[in-house]
Design a protein around this ligand. Structure first.
Ligand code: ADP
Length: 193
């Protein structure tokens, strides 16, 4: 199996690039943002708990997200691997994920970290807000989401850097240019020279 974490701040292009990568490498996509929004739409108890945090741009508590991921991994059979998008977002989530994958004997192989400057992030998310219909795409909530990222999520990169699994990718450029950079890093790991 090949397990990839696509890492980066809100608006760095994880969702767009995941869609392209899934297609090419036939991996299973796990986006905690999408899973949570689905719970909110279906008005499940988990969804109504999560919504309180999401609407304010705050991270949903670890135990809620970890439980959700754990059942998602378990219910996926015969996957060639996973792309984790928007997860792990805290060090505790990273440790939980490592344990879950250890149990399955299939560790994280690579973390691709998209790097985009703050002012470009806000511009992109505000632009996306025009069509996304997402309630958390207002200027105030975006600011909070970026703050949460800097305070709690950025250190997830160092967690995997200690294991020598991180490649940093310049996330500014066209979708095609960035996709090519991501693929070349994945191919190095999937087909070592
Ligand atoms: P973006 O990458 O644009 O910030 P996401 O769709 O990944 O958007 O996440 C939207 C919201 O869902 C986050 O602001 C947060 O409230 C919640 N969320 C998503 N993933 C996680 C996670 N792994 N841990 C905690 N909260 C999460």
């Amino acid at each position: 199996m090949f397990n990839l974490i696509l890492f980066g701040p809100p608006g760095s292009g994880k969702g767009t690039q995941s869609a392209n990568l899934l297609n090419k490498y036939k991996l299973q996509h796990i986006s905690t943002g999408d899973l949570l929004r689905d719970e909110v739409t279906r008005m499940t108890p988990l969804g109504s708990e999560a919504k309180k945090f999401m609407d304010q741009g705050m991270l949903v508590p670890d135990e809620v997200v970890i439980g959700m991921i754990s059942s998602k991994i378990d219910e996926t059979e015969n996957a060639r691997g996973f792309i984790f998008d928007g997860f792990p977002r805290t060090k505790q989530q990273a440790i939980a994920l490592d344990n879950l994958l250890d149990f399955k004997n299939t560790p994280i192989n690579l973390v691709l970290a998209l790097e985009v400057p703050d002012e470009e992030l806000t511009k992109r998310i505000l632009n996306r807000a025009l069509t996304s219909g997402r309630v958390d795409d207002t200027e105030e909530v975006i600011k909070k989401r970026v703050e949460e990222y800097r305070a709690k999520t950025e250190i997830v990169a160092s967690h995997y850097e200690d294991m020598d699994k991180v490649e940093r990718i310049n996330g500014e450029g066209t979708v095609e240019e960035i996709f090519a950079l991501l693929c070349s890093e994945i191919d190095k790991v999937i087909l070592p020279e």
